[in-house]
Design a protein around this ligand. Structure first.
Ligand SMILES: Cc1cc2nc3c(=O)[nH]c(=O)nc-3n(C[C@H](O)[C@H](O)[C@H](O)COP(=O)(O)OP(=O)(O)OC[C@H]3O[C@@H](n4cnc5c(N)ncnc54)[C@H](O)[C@@H]3O)c2cc1C
Length: 413
């Protein structure tokens, strides 16, 4: 069956936060259809830590120095994992690319920060204007350390690109967050950052888009029909949907889909894990980051701790490593006492879409009407709103300093 949109305009593929907020941004001026896998939990946007972190976040962990790579390969790094078979079979070419683009990562931090600050404002505005029920809180984020050397080393590193940070002594950290253990050495407070429930955000955005008249099709795009340098339609479940423009926002699954039309996309998965404990009455005042392990601890309104972290380099569809759920509990218990006594009620794993230079890929491909909007790695929730805005500007042929910086052409696609 051949379906034609009445006022054919933009077909967005991927219903994670990037696809959803892009649909939201385009809705006023375009006729939008959004296609997404019906299994919402498959999206990285579902179970992430929920931090909107323009100050705290760096897009990628530092895995590039020779010694850090060796530590990762030998399994000595507790929270960055690399499966050996994967290294040999799949990751090797990506790794070469990563090393090639290593120096660009530092430059990326400034660009990301500028994007993230604007994006955080946009996100908050949408949440307020649209009255989204997502448990949004602008409390700031407290990153804490238990080891003096790690604390001092990280402050130096962070201040290189953020400028002066808000350092807190052990007693100030505990005063700010009484659930912390007394072994905390010190912390950094990121006062502009906020957090929300990402699963609630996905659901409320889907409902909002539907109310605004956007058609959401649950399905999996298998490939495209192309004619010369244009995409004509997307093929899924025996249907074909025609459109003028296509936006692929499939996160870590983007390379697999676009390989069908011979685009080699340099996005790899940095898989992360999340656990939810049983609920307790005591309340965290703000999200806490365990500095040594980059594990985020927040708390749902119902009282469950949500613990997220790990960076596992492997294919999105590989089997989960169940031991990593317990690792999250074990390491976060070093910072908050109560966690060791709690049960894990839910476990989730998702794939961060990462690029070798730490910048997202947002721009046209060699197909003149196909835009990629992906590759946000650890900051996709934070950067989704500005990504939607940039996609709109691309479609409207406007000027933006971000076009060149984020363009897929930097990888010679
Ligand atoms: C543990 C963890 C913690 C994180 N914490 C944070 C955080 O605190 N703050 C932050 O900013 N970021 C965080 N991130 C990163 C963030 O979650 C991601 O960068 C972001 O969700 C990526 O969004 P996306 O829309 O690009 O991809 P996704 O959310 O993965 O969505 C892609 C969607 O496309 C669908 N899809 C794939 N292929 C097809 C196809 N062929 N046809 C149709 N649909 C398809 C998928 O099913 C999925 O629904 C975290 C990630 C993890 C894993």
């Amino acid at each position: 069956m051949l379906l034609k949109m009445e006022k054919t305009e933009v077909l967005i593929i991927g219903g994670g936060i990037v696809g959803l907020l892009t649909a939201y941004m385009l809705n006023k001026n375009y006729n939008v259809i959004l296609i997404s896998d019906g299994n919402l939990k498959k999206a990285a946007s579902w179970g992430n830590a929920g931090l909107i972190a323009p100050s705290f976040g760096a897009p990628m962990p530092n895995i590039f120095g020779f010694s850090s790579l060796i530590r990762i390969i030998l399994g000595l790094n507790k929270v960055i994992k690399l499966r050996f078979v994967f290294l040999l079979k799949k990751f090797y070419p990506d790794m070469v690319m990563l090393i090639k683009f290593k120096d660009k990562l530092v430059n990326s931090l400034n660009i990301i920060r500028e994007m993230a600050l604007e994006s955080a404002k946009l996100t908050e505005k949408i949440i307020i204007e649209e009255k989204l029920d997502v448990d949004f809180k602008r409390t700031g984020i407290l990153e804490v350390y238990i080891n003096k050397a790690n604390f001092e080393e990280d402050i130096k590193e962070i201040e290189k690109y953020l400028g002066k940070v808000n350092v807190r002594s052990a007693s100030e950290c505990i005063e700010e967050e009484p659930l912390l253990k007394r072994n905390i050495y010190g912390g950094i407070f990121y006062e502009d950052d906020s957090w929300l429930d990402p699963a609630k955000l996905m659901i409320s955005l889907r409902n909002l888009l539907t109310r605004k008249g956007i058609k959401i099709v649950n399905g999996n795009v298998k490939s495209f029909r192309t004619l010369k340098d244009k995409v004509i339609s997307a093929k899924l479940n025996g249907e074909e949907i025609l459109a003028d423009n296509f936006v692929v926002a499939c996160g870590a699954y983007t390379p697999k889909l676009l390989a069908n039309i011979n685009l080699k996309i340099p996005i790899f998965a940095g898989r992360g894990y999340t656990v939810l404990t049983n609920p307790i009455l005591k309340k965290l005042r703000k999200p806490v980051i365990c500095g040594e392990y980059r594990i985020a601890i927040s708390q749902r309104v119902q009282g469950n701790f949500k613990i997220s972290g790990i960076f596992e380099l492997t294919k999105p569809e590989d089997k989960e490593d169940k031991s990593l759920y317990n690792l999250l509990k074990e390491k976060s218990s070093l910072y908050i006492d109560t966690i060791s006594e709690l049960n894990l009620e839910e476990r989730w794993m998702g794939s961060r879409p990462c690029t070798p230079d730490g910048l997202p890929l947002v721009g046209y491909t060699t197909y003149k009407n196909l835009i990629i909007a992906s590759g946000h790695c650890r900051l996709g929730l934070t950067l989704a709103a500005i990504t939607g805005k940039i996609v709109k500007e691309l479609l409207e042929d406007k000027e933006s300093k971000f076009f060149n910086l984020l363009s897929p052409s930097r990888f010679k696609l």
